[in-house]
Design a protein around this ligand. Structure first.
Ligand SMILES: Nc1ncnc2c1ncn2[C@@H]1O[C@H](COP(=O)(O)OP(=O)(O)OP(=O)(O)O)[C@@H](O)[C@H]1O
Ligand SMILES: [Mg+2]
Length: 259
């Protein structure tokens, strides 16, 4: 386990956003976000395209700094952390990107080994064992020699997850893990998200468009509407929410931006 991220402290939330305001240039995308994600929880953020879901992830991984408010990860205030400090914290996080984001010119093996090789202090033999273990964890054993273009979309997502698991993360961030996949593969990936949480005892923050997946995998859900989290609760509470903007989202209706 990495020193930077620290031991898991069960007394503090795994992720905490307090009154966060964030955006790009003159544009405010998130305005007053308050969120606590508990250790070991699968928490899903849903919202329309462009509502700021990926922006929220960027705040947690420290790629974007909030204009005001505070972001804490495993009890550590990362709001004003330097890149150097942040890189240490990031070793405790695994990120599965919106588009699988594999390196096209590297084999499956080298893609998964990448974060380990990058660190330089890990002996080749150990890297070899880790890569094999991680590919097995995502049911992709024996595919190390393949190139990304030889894989289906679902397989690419699996390799992306294997890479995210390489350093045994305490926190796994998934940006739209099932978007663009057919229902069978979607089911498959959803099963893998739950299994990974159980196996790694990791907190999981999932971004999703897909209501069916959300209801299946999430312990709790947050709905992003009009720059704010309009709802936070369990899937059952989500279905019975009487908030019009939440109901509209569940029914897949167009919600007009008032910005
Ligand atoms: N680097 C950037 N510079 C300027 N504007 C950006 C940048 N990244 C995102 N945006 C804008 O911020 C808004 C929110 O983007 P974000 O990617 O967080 O939305 P999203 O909910 O993840 O959307 P999607 O479901 O399409 O992935 C959008 O209007 C987008 O155009
Ligand atoms: Mg996005």
């Amino acid at each position: 386990m990495s020193k930077g991220f620290g031991e898991t402290d069960l007394n503090v939330p795994a992720i905490e956003l307090i009154d966060v305001v964030a955006g790009y240039g003159d544009k405010i995308i998130l305005d007053g976000i308050n969120l606590e994600v508990n250790h070991g929880e699968i928490f899903t953020i849903i919202g329309l395209s462009g509502s700021g879901k990926s922006t929220l992830l960027k705040l947690i991984i420290g790629f974007l700094k909030p204009r005001s408010g505070m972001v804490r990860v495993n009890g550590k205030n990362i709001t004003r952390m330097s890149e150097r400090q942040m890189n240490r914290i990031r070793r405790g996080m695994g990120m599965v990107f919106q588009h699988a984001a594999l390196f096209d010119s590297l084999t499956v093996y080298d893609n998964v080994a990448f974060p380990l090789v990058y660190r330089r202090e890990i002996p080749a033999k150990k890297i070899n064992r880790i890569v094999h273990d991680k590919l097995e964890d995502v049911d992709m054993e024996g595919t190390g020699r393949l190139m990304p273009f030889e894989l289906s979309g679902g397989m690419q997502k699996r390799v992306g997850l294997a890479r995210a698991l390489a350093e045994n993360p305490r926190l796994i961030l998934y940006d739209e893990p099932t978007t663009g996949l057919d229902p069978v593969i979607t089911n498959n990936i959803n099963g893998l998200i739950v299994r990974t949480r159980d196996r790694y005892d990791a907190t999981s923050l999932v971004i999703s468009h897909d209501m069916e997946s959300v209801l299946k995998v999430s312990d709790r859900v947050g709905v992003l509407v009009y720059k704010k989290l309009a709802f936070i609760g369990t899937p059952d509470e989500l279905l019975s929410s009487e908030k019009p903007e939440v109901q509209a989202f569940i029914r897949g209706e167009e919600i007009l931006e008032h910005s």
